[in-house]
Design a binder for this molecule. Sequence first.
Ligand SMILES: Nc1ncnc2c1ncn2[C@@H]1O[C@H](COP(=O)(O)OP(=O)(O)OC[C@H]2O[C@@H]([n+]3cccc(C(=O)O)c3)[C@H](O)[C@@H]2O)[C@@H](O)[C@H]1O
Ligand SMILES: Nc1ncnc2c1ncn2[C@@H]1O[C@H](COP(=O)(O)OP(=O)(O)OP(=O)(O)O)[C@@H](O)[C@H]1O
Ligand SMILES: NC(=O)CC[C@H](N)C(=O)O
Length: 553
Amino acid sequence: MSDRLTILSAQLNAIVGDVDANLEKAVGALKEAHACGADLVVLPELFLCGYPPEDLVLKPALSKACLRAAHELASQTRQDGPGIVVGMPVWEEGQALPYNSVALIADGEIKALRHKYELPNYDVFDEKRTFQQGPKPLPVGFRGFTLGLPICEDIWLEAVPDALKEKGAEILLSPNGSPWRRNVRDARLKAFSQWADLRLPLVYVNQVGGQDELAFDGESFAIDSRGRIVQQLPDFEEAYSVSVWERTPMGLMCVEGKKDELSSDLEETYLATMMGLGDYVRKTGFPGVLIGLSGGIDSAMVAAIAVDALGPENVWCVMMPSRYTSRESLLDAQQCAEALGVKYDNIQISSAVNAYDEMLSEAFTGTTPDTTEENIQSRVRGVTLMALSNKFGHMVTTTGNKSEMAVGYATLYGDMCGGYNPLKDIYKTEVFELARWRNANVPKNAHGPYGIVIPENIISKPPSAELREDQKDEDSLPPYHILDDILYGLIEREESIEEIVSRGHFEDVVRRIDSLVRINEYKRRQAPPGVKIGDKNFGRGRRYPLVNRYRDV
Ligand SMILES: Nc1ncnc2c1ncn2[C@@H]1O[C@H](COP(=O)(O)OP(=O)(O)OC[C@H]2O[C@@H]([n+]3cccc(C(=O)O)c3)[C@H](O)[C@@H]2O)[C@@H](O)[C@H]1O
Ligand SMILES: Nc1ncnc2c1ncn2[C@@H]1O[C@H](COP(=O)(O)OP(=O)(O)OP(=O)(O)O)[C@@H](O)[C@H]1O
Ligand SMILES: NC(=O)CC[C@H](N)C(=O)O
């Protein structure tokens, strides 16, 4: 019996619902473990069905397919060859719901199954809806070692690590499906330090990849019994990494572990948008994306993210000028498209807008022009992009940032039409920051070019929707640095109007913004999905009622 345990952490990207593809990756991980002489390879949470499966896991056939895949995986293991720790749903006879489980597979068979005890049910997680809580898990034996196999949320609280330690676990191997959000690195370390006095080493294996509104960063790591990080995998890319553990009188000590560098905060935000959009497009099978490029910052930012995620050959930008489009916007959009190297077209919308004016002239007799006419332009652009999408198959990418989505500064069925929005959870002031960052840096694994990709003038000019003569966003909204501070208070921190006013804002302005946020819930409910960046993303992370008479008095 050896006193050495070599663990291969497999930070891989599963596809929800594609059990065959995930099985193939798991088999690949087993081969990798064999090649690097590992005893055991650990995959992320629910790897065989992908995470989070949401209500898909309520189909018994999915659990059955995963069980078949687990047996197939078992048949690929060899006596004394590497074993594999893999997540899968397990639906036991007579139970109302499946377990969120992990299997230890080795020597040709499924040696043990353990079930998740702590089911997260907050923010974007709804696991109590779809999973049966497991019993407090016992450790499993593997070639002379006693292993704990806690699953994700199980290590965010003390109960499971405590129980595993008490029953003799020497090390915790934890499959995770932990989505990225700002500051998550600190949150994870803080959570795990709660039970650090148990002095149990931890190998934390997180998934990587985009799934609907979530971007998973990976950033897997190992901590030794003294709480030191002894292994670090990279963020936002698939990776394998080995950690070697030796039994000593002080327990298992890490004698080998590679530490990869992690990205800065802004780069992580950018990588999350790239991964969210990129995997959405790749995993749904679109040939590319279509973007209405206006010469403004939001569409330029989205075009840069799309090019970095998918390559310029898969991004098609269309300028759709109206009579209010300035020469400056035409030049800015063209320069941006050239810098990014994308296919770029110019489609005039005036004839369609005029046709609507004519069609509606009788019905509108006696009225004065207002946002109705402004919105027609935005809607004509939406129809145009959707026609190109229908004809050529590209997905329309929406560009509204979080500040606009918060106050409803966007046209329903106009610029809100599309399949995915990488800026949905990024405030306007943060869009500016990100644009400056991208002009000075190229994110890792990006397909886009070095240098200025968002022309300086796009960043420095005052934002305008250009839906009427000489329009500026600031005609309708406070300057963005003020708006965003108020929105941060209302949305991210759930502050009262009084608290926000006490920070130096005018009460009438705060009340108006509060009202806009409340009355525009209906728009957000119909908006395309977008990648989660902060703690309260519209959609899953912040769920407000549509009919809502609450007033902060
Ligand atoms: N509670 C509710 N539940 C369900 N539906 C509700 C509703 N309240 C209104 N509605 C419906 O929504 C309609 C109003 O919404 P909508 O048609 O979108 O129009 P609306 O919100 O009135 O106008 C759009 C605003 O966004 C600005 N905009 C547009 C385009 C781009 C940008 C930009 O800078 O990015 C800004 C534009 O200048 C204007 O101020 C109503 O006519 C009604 O049909
Ligand atoms: N002239 C245009 N040509 C192509 N697309 C446009 C045009 N005007 C608006 N759009 C599309 O509608 C979206 C919202 O437009 P608008 O310019 O009104 O707002 P914005 O928030 O200032 O966005 P941006 O900063 O990209 O201009 C744009 O991001 C773009 O996708
Ligand atoms: N899949 C999970 O259990 C995730 C929950 C956990 N608190 C996290 O964010 O990482």
